[in-house]
Ligand binder design. Structure first.
Ligand code: 9UX
Length: 72
């Protein structure tokens, strides 16, 4: 079954930032879809929990240069 998570991401200041976060998450194994709302400062992700967890996504987002400040 799929799960959904929303990350609040700090540091996205333009559409290239948003695109970078979205691509970073989409490249990970186990991601069904990722969608960033720049003005909202959030990234919504649909994923397969058998293959990836929130921590792995957070690490990838942070490795790309952004801060995850909340997960819901
Ligand atoms: Mo936009 Mo983001 O010029 O790190 S790419 S601010």
């Amino acid at each position: 079954d799929m799960c959904k998570v929303i990350f609040r991401v700090k540091g996205m200041e333009c559409s290239a930032c948003a695109s970078s976060v979205e691509k970073t998450v989409k490249r990970l194994h186990g991601i069904q879809d990722a969608s960033v709302a720049l003005l909202d400062g959030t990234a919504q992700v649909v994923f397969y929990p058998a293959f990836i967890n929130e921590q792995a996504m957070q690490t990838a987002i942070e490795d790309a240069g952004f801060d995850v400040v909340e997960i819901k």
